[in-house]
Design a protein. Structure first.
Length: 467
């Protein structure tokens, strides 16, 4: 019979673990948002559990990687089957799951966009971004890219060059081919200080204006050619704070990019696989990208797998031959087995209806919190089950990062109470000023769990306002 450790035993064990980490683990691969950092022991559904078995409701689900919740039995079973049948295979050989996953994604893109294309795989999101950059350079022979302010595309060297935050590049010397960053249509905090109802998409017109004359540095009218190969976009920015842009912005952007022979690369690493109510977030805006980059939720976070879809004319084997990109673990058997099962679940579940309906209920609840706490909550918005809440000063606009950090930290203390039971609340902070709670809850949250999440969030905000 196994005896459950006492609270004091668990605390001592955790102290020993953290001491080992401080001495032997590089901090370069993680960020400790709290000191001491939180240690969890297990996960189920939309909850994480600490050593004392206190449940922490997770409203960000590993940056939208675990859309179907933690330890989903069907996905776990798929992984276990593959572990027993074909756990390892060099990527120069084929296995059925790889082909099935690629075909399902390519067929969806053909139905959604009316365009034939192909899929290739890699391990992480940054690596897939790197693959897409190779694809763009190979096709356009251009090294320069446009990207959005607030965009996040990864932290490898090439991915950092198109990620807007300078802090990811600061330590690593000169980036000669850094992207030209364009203001994102973040209407609540307009870069130009305008209001959506009267701006006439001024931000887009400023981008379009760059092509009026060669002296703005991006277009040669005599050669009818741009120096830029692609525009990297997130239809809804993940790390940038989940702002919901106007639909017509991306439609106008697509028109200009087509006129100037600039490819559109759509980063769906955080928002793909129904997070915004559509299979791809870009489908909400009625435009057709040339390349889509995906990852995270493809395997529900169970095994690393990412990839790109691209138009046939960019990625066909004659133009982009075998070995143009490669990773030892790119189409790994464990990842593709779970991905295939996850895609089947998406097809069977009607995720579009599910995420739109549940997202609307959660958004309604968040707006109720906004009405209850107008002194600290600015904009509340969302699309599908990608939801956002701005924490602000009493004017409803000025970012209040200190309060946001306080709410985040208090949620991880595990001392919220409901129904005579203790809980914690796991949140994610994003946005340009680090004052936005970006929420990506599990698709499978029950009605009772949604109600509990809103109750805990309300309790947390009320408590921290008084601290």
């Amino acid at each position: 019979m196994t005896t459950k450790p006492t609270v004091s035993d668990a605390a001592a064990e955790e102290r020993d673990l953290l001491d080992l980490e401080r001495r032997y683990c590089s901090f370069g691969d993680t960020v400790h948002y709290l000191e001491p950092p939180k240690v969890f022991k297990r996960s189920r559904g939309c909850f994480l559990y600490d050593a004392d078995d206190t449940p922490y409701m997770d409203l960000q689900m590993w940056y939208s990687a675990a859309n179907f919740g933690y330890a989903h039995p069907r996905l776990n079973a798929a992984l276990k089957r593959q572990l027993d049948e074909l756990p390892q295979l060099a990527c120069q050989y084929l296995h059925e799951e790889k082909i099935e996953v690629a075909a399902r994604i390519a067929k969806h893109c053909e139905e959604a966009f009316g365009v034939k294309g192909r899929v290739q795989f890699n391990v992480g999101g940054s690596q897939a971004i790197e693959d897409s950059l190779k694809l763009v350079r190979n096709f356009t022979k251009k090294n320069l890219m446009f990207a959005f302010m607030g965009g996040y595309h990864g932290r490898t060297l090439a991915a950092s060059a198109i990620t807007s935050s300078y802090r990811y590049r600061r330590r690593y010397g000169h980036f000669s081919e850094r992207a030209q960053f364009i203001p994102y249509p973040y209407c609540y905090r307009c870069f130009y200080g305008l209001k959506r109802e009267s701006c006439d998409l001024y931000c887009f017109k400023q981008f379009e204006k760059l092509f009026e004359t060669e002296y703005y540095g991006v277009w040669d009218s005599k050669a009818n050619e741009s120096e830029y190969g692609a525009f990297y976009i997130e239809a809804m920015q993940g790390t940038g704070g989940y702002a919901v842009p106007p639909k017509e912005y991306f439609q106008d952007l697509e028109r200009v990019c087509r006129e100037r022979n600039i490819l559109i690369v759509d980063d769906e690493i955080q928002m793909g696989f129904y997070r915004t109510g559509k299979f791809w977030a870009i489908e909400n805006y009625g435009i057709t990208p040339d390349i889509i980059v995906f990852g995270k939720a493809l395997t529900n976070g169970l095994n690393p797998l990412s990839g790109i879809w691209a138009r046939e004319e960019l990625i066909n084997p004659e133009l982009f031959p075998p070995g143009s990109t490669h990773s030892t673990f790119s189409s790994n058997t464990l990842g593709t087995a779970v991905a295939l099962e996850a895609l089947k679940m998406m097809e069977e579940t009607d995720c579009e209806k599910l995420t739109r309906e549940k997202g609307a209920r959660i958004l309604e609840g968040l707006r109720g919190l906004q009405r209850k706490h107008p002194d600290v909550i600015g904009e509340v918005n969302g699309m599908g089950m990608a939801l956002r809440m701005e924490i602000t000063k009493s004017d409803g606009f000025t970012p209040d990062r200190a309060l946001c950090d306080k709410i985040f930290a208090e949620g991880l203390q595990g001392r919220l109470e409901q129904g005579g039971k203790r809980y914690g609340l796991v949140l994610d902070v994003g946005g340009y000023y680090k004052n936005v709670f970006t929420l990506a809850p599990s698709f499978l949250m029950t009605e009772d769990e949604i109600a509990l999440a809103l109750t805990l969030f309300d309790q947390l905000i009320a408590r921290c306002k008084k601290m």
